[in-house]
Write a protein that binds this ligand. Structure first.
Ligand SMILES: [Zn+2]
Length: 360
């Protein structure tokens, strides 16, 4: 692993091999008072659909794709596709092309070429460098077993959604262990910080002081999470060297100028962590809309594991009508995909009215 501890200055988020992207960090609003002003959105709207290429689209993933597309069109905005292929062992070769074909068959065509997270390592490294430079990220040498033992010793052995709440063991340093992962420091206290760049540490503390985050979802309403208490210092770079989902998403949403995140409600729980990362990276926080999920026979989110079939795009209007129903839209009889989508945009606009004000 690259030693980033000596790096104080943030390097460019767009390295030589990176696609040219606007850098939205400079001049972006930072921090903010509670409740957080969700939606630092100007006159433009940019949305995205971000599938993992682990297989073809299924009925559930079409719902998320359609919702994000409809919201972008209802706002007269741009719609982008991002291929989230950071978890390389789970990616299936060719699945990205298949997903794009399935989307196109349903009339959902991105306004720019897709962004591939597997090509964005330099940008993620730059973001981690920035956080390390501000003493907001630190290396962790704990194995899962170490974490379980530390929690048990503290009388808190209960996992949350199957994940252990990291107890902050390595905030005090690695204690001779090799670094495995990198974590975000979520606590506001400075007591465990080295005293060296006091000004930097104070500024950083100010940025994340409101770790008990409030945010407003356009469908779910006001949400709240204390990230430190609910999740702990979460992973930015994994022990296997892969970039963590939260970091990659936040860096890419910032680089692509995403103003609105429309996605399945199973991801709502990630939002507080992502807002925290946006604050410490001084990126704007988009508006959020979390939409209903398609459930499998077991009552869980539809996935390959509980029987999701690849989306049959042979009769796209059938698939689109099924997805629309999940979103609360009326099925429409239409003369082709374009006509159907045009009607759906009208329905969407009246159901999830385009947001006039950027403040809730
Ligand atoms: Zn640790």
């Amino acid at each position: 692993m690259k030693d980033v501890t000596g790096s104080g200055a943030p390097s460019s988020p767009a390295g030589a091999a990176e696609p040219a992207l606007p850098d939205r960090r400079r001049g972006a609003p930072s921090g903010g008072s509670e409740p957080h002003e969700v939606g630092s959105v100007g006159a433009t709207y940019t949305g995205r659909f971000a599938p993992s290429p682990t297989g073809p689209l299924h009925a559930g993933s079409l719902v998320a794709a359609l919702a994000s597309w409809l919201d972008a069109r209802a706002h007269g905005g741009q719609w982008l596709v991002r291929i989230e292929d950071t978890d390389t062992p789970r990616c299936v070769p060719g699945a990205d092309a298949l997903i794009l074909q399935q989307l196109a068959a349903c009339g959902l065509i991105p306004d720019a070429p897709p962004l591939y997270q597997s090509q964005r390592g330099a940008a993620y490294q730059a973001a981690l460098d920035t956080l390390v430079g501000r003493q907001l990220a630190y290396p962790c040498g704990c194995t899962r077993q170490d974490i379980a033992q530390a929690l048990a010793a503290a009388g808190q052995p209960k996992p949350r959604h199957g994940e252990l709440v990291y107890p902050g063991t390595c905030r005090r340093g690695l204690q001779g262990q090799p670094a495995r992962a990198w974590r975000l420091l979520t606590e506001k206290s400075e007591r465990n910080r080295p005293s060296a760049p006091v000004q930097q540490a104070r500024a950083a503390t100010h940025l994340i002081a409101n770790k008990n985050l409030n945010w407003s979802d356009r469908r779910l309403g006001l949400q709240q999470q204390d990230v430190e208490q609910a999740v702990g210092d979460f992973v930015l770079r994994r022990a296997d060297g892969l970039w963590a989902y939260q970091l990659a998403v936040v860096v890419d949403d910032g680089a692509q100028g995403i103003t609105d995140i429309v996605r399945g409600e199973d991801l709502a729980d990630n939002t507080a962590r992502q807002i925290l990362l946006q604050r410490v990276l001084r990126l704007p926080t988009p508006r959020h809309l979390h939409v209903p999920l398609v459930l499998g026979a077991d009552g869980e989110k539809l996935s390959k594991q509980n029987g999701a079939q690849a989306l049959d795009t042979g009769v796209p209007l059938l698939s689109l009508n099924a997805a629309a129903t999940v979103l609360g839209l009326q099925p429409a009889a239409a003369d082709g995909v374009a006509d159907w989508l045009g009607q759906a945009v009208q329905q969407w606009a009246s159901l999830y009215a385009p947001v006039k004000s950027v403040r809730d």
